[in-house]
Design a protein around this ligand. Structure first.
Ligand SMILES: Cc1ncc(COP(=O)(O)O)c(C=O)c1O
Ligand SMILES: Nc1ccccc1C(=O)C[C@H](N)C(=O)O
Length: 426
């Protein structure tokens, strides 16, 4: 697509945007003077769908009027409430409905999955992650190694970009798998890397690693609701994601988990168990013989927090109404390409973009390194905030900017770059 500078062009793109009406489904934060923020931070916390309040209120009302009976005979009973989220969650990650479950939080689910899928032997005991993994993933993996008596110095293989580079090269990951394959038990990688915004080729990596007998898991925190996924067809073993970024389900909201059907149906797989993962027909017999549900639900521990699930249901309904990931991705590619175009045209001398240029290798986020006339990257970020832009800063040196197709307009992107340009030239 040929882009032009000037606000009229941004408005023209908004006028022909088939998803434009979804912006009014969200509450956009306002500044003290009542004007709307330019919110480009869906990579950290997605905005509130206005209907979340109604969905949550519905559950509060049921609780008030029905008490414990809210579990059973009413609209959206609490007993199976998580099941109301499975179909739309499965559509977002390219899974069968019985391969996904909404439960716990992201790091908890990573641990639960490693309990099942990290089964070290004397010969095959190493775990591959990236050197710059999100700290929670690093801590989780290190603690799993130690839990099994493996010294992370020996058992943790860290993927690093080459000297002077920011991005991971697929050929380097392939070489590591080739070299160390027989000793690797698990490879846990992000779908989209949180710092650089790099989208990894999950299908290719899964095939490479599984070909060597390595179990493959993905942390999809920055990928779900951002890019189309096909976890089932890609043959991924497991995946985990949070719901508070691109899934707009509220701070700390309940997370999602995928277990490929070939594992989910195996009720004998070792796991940490709780009563919510037990066969639904006999759950209340209180017999103390755990029998796993033969789906991803078999990894649930506790009955879930319904108020949080109600917010997720509100959000997932919007994704369904928008037509799923295909139209969203279509707009997202245009929004991000437009952002890249304006950045190069208006502030190219001050800003470098570390996220890949190729849309196949990124989601909506661009990560910017800044060298303005008089301001450090951090000071520039502060200037953006003072002028009504919400994006985020990540140490050591990146401003992350994420235009989100459900609620961002092309004009938001235009105005962001105008503010950035003024700050760069101070
Ligand atoms: C890639 C990644 N992994 C893990 C986490 C931690 O998730 P949680 O606090 O929901 O466990 C986050 C974000 O907070 C993240 O971006
Ligand atoms: N949950 C949060 C609470 C407070 C501040 C940030 C977060 C994030 O989620 C950060 C995000 N994971 C990131 O990619 O940096």
């Amino acid at each position: 697509m040929q882009f032009e500078s000037g606000i009229d062009f941004a408005r023209k793109l908004d006028d022909i945007d088939p998803l434009a009406r979804f912006q009014q489904e969200f509450s956009i934060p306002t500044r003290p003077d009542g004007s709307r923020e330019i919110y480009l931070c869906g990579n950290s916390l997605g905005l509130q769908p206005k209907r979340a309040r109604d969905y949550i209120t519905q559950e509060l009302d049921k609780w008030a009027s029905l008490g414990v009976k809210g579990h059973f005979d009413c609209d959206f009973p609490w007993m199976p409430y998580h099941e109301f989220l499975s179909e739309s969650s499965a559509a977002l990650v390219g899974a069968q409905t019985d391969e996904v479950v909404v439960m716990n939080s992201l790091t908890v689910n990573l641990h639960l999955m490693m309990v099942t899928f990290y089964r070290p032997t004397r010969k095959r005991y190493k775990i591959v992650i990236e050197d710059h993994a999100f700290p929670s993933d690093h801590y989780a993996v290190e603690s799993q190694l130690r839990h099994h008596g493996v010294d992370p110095q020996d058992g943790l293989l860290l993927l690093k970009p080459r000297e002077g580079e920011e991005l991971l090269r697929i050929e380097d990951i392939a070489a590591l798998i080739e070299r160390e394959g027989d000793s690797i038990a698990l490879m846990l990688l992000p779908g989209v890397q949180y710092y650089t915004g790099q989208l990894l080729p999950m299908a290719e990596l899964t095939q490479l690693a599984r070909g060597k007998g390595i179990c493959v898991g993905f942390d999809l925190a920055h990928a779900v609701g951002n890019i189309p996924l096909q976890l089932h067809d890609w043959n991924v073993d497991f995946a985990c994601w949070c719901s508070y970024k691109y899934l707009n389900s509220g701070p700390g909201s309940v997370a999602g988990c995928f277990v490929h059907r070939r594992h989910a149906q195996d009720t004998q797989l070792p796991r940490f168990a709780g009563w919510w993962g037990h066969d639904k027909q006999t759950r209340f017999r209180m017999e103390n013989r755990f029998q796993a549900i033969p789906t991803a639900e078999g990894w649930q521990l506790s009955n879930p927090p319904i108020l949080s699930l109600a917010a997720i249901r509100a959000s997932l309904d919007i994704f369904t109404e928008a037509g799923g990931m295909a139209p969203l991705r279509d707009k997202s590619e245009k929004l991000t390409a437009y952002l890249q175009f304006l950045l190069k045209a208006e502030v190219g001398e001050f800003i470098s973009i570390i996220t890949p240029e190729d849309p196949e290798q990124r989601g909506c986020q661009l990560s910017l390194c800044c060298d303005a006339r008089h301001l450090s990257g951090r000071a520039l970020f502060q200037r953006l905030e003072e002028n009504g832009v919400t994006c985020d800063w990540r140490e050591p040196n990146v401003i992350r900017v994420a235009p989100v197709p459900l609620y961002n307009r092309f004009e938001d992107v235009y105005r962001f770059v105008e503010i950035l340009k003024t700050a760069c030239n101070e």
